[in-house]
Design a protein around this ligand. Structure first.
Ligand code: G3P
Ligand code: MG
Length: 250
């Protein structure tokens, strides 16, 4: 039901490094993490880049929009200096560069498909197809626990991912789980429900587990809250506080 790691570093290295940068992956490794959640959207030329916001202004200085720039342009932008001078020059990672780093360091991936508005299907298709090609050997070997888990708030993106790479696992990502979650998850062939821990109740957790799905929460940043929800049947969660909640947290 959940062959994946229990504790996952959010957006690379949580709050210890600029989000969605290779510096974040290095921070995660330094704290013993070999599991990461990150966000992927498409550049103007249809290439996956690791980014959370479609608009510049927060992690990339200035005005602009990811979908108005090529991947080569984005890869030259500074995604680190907003956080601290020491991270100056950290580039926007290309999806494939990120995947290769994770494979090299044996970091498990929860790939959040984060489409720019209007590009839901294209993004889901591109991410699934590209990830599937990189994990052909693992798929052939039936190494389920090593496959990346594709999640998205966009059910259209997940449907496109399912059609492009049916044998990569998928998870429905909800802020608040809707009442018809089980129908949606079954239609998409999802293996897990990912949800905001703030809206989770013990009864909902039990229903999801009883129906045979994995249950993963975002973003749990205190050990107290982690200890509260894990007994509800939560299989795993991502955290920004990799310094407070370690990979072997129990
Ligand atoms: O995938 C879980 C979590 O990352 C979803 O929210 O906005 O942090 O990408 P967000
Ligand atoms: Mg995310």
């Amino acid at each position: 039901m959940w062959p994946y790691p229990k504790i996952v570093a959010h957006r690379g290295g949580g709050t210890l490094a600029p989000e969605n940068t290779i510096a974040g992956l290095r921070a995660g490794l330094a704290y013993g993490f070999r599991a990461v959640e990150f966000d992927v959207m498409l550049s103007q030329d249809g290439i996956g880049v690791v980014m959370h916001d479609p608009d510049f202004g927060r992690t990339i200085y200035g005005d602009g929009h990811v979908s108005n720039h090529t991947a080569a342009e984005l890869a030259r932008m500074d995604a680190g200096r907003w956080m601290a001078p020491e991270f100056r020059g950290e580039p926007v990672p290309l999806f494939l560069e990120w995947v290769d780093y994770c494979k090299e360091h044996r970091i498990w991936m929860n790939i959040e498909i984060k489409p720019v508005e209007g590009q839901e299907e294209e993004t889901g298709r591109w991410v699934a197809h590209t990830a599937r090609a990189r994990f052909a050997a693992e798929v052939a070997a039936g190494a389920q626990a090593q496959l990346p888990l594709l999640s998205s708030f966009s059910m259209a993106a997940l449907a496109a991912a399912r059609d492009a790479a049916p044998d990569l696992p998928r998870a429905c990502l909800f802020d608040k789980v809707p009442t018809d979650w089980e129908r949606i998850a079954r239609e998409l062939g999802a293996v897990a429900i990912h949800t905001n821990h703030k809206h989770l109740t013990p009864a909902l957790a039990a229903a999801i587990k009883q129906a045979g799905f994995g249950l993963f929460c975002y973003t749990v940043n205190t050990p107290e809250r982690a200890r509260e929800i894990l007994p509800w049947g939560v299989d795993g969660f991502c955290t920004d506080r990799i310094d407070l909640i370690g990979p072997d947290f129990a």
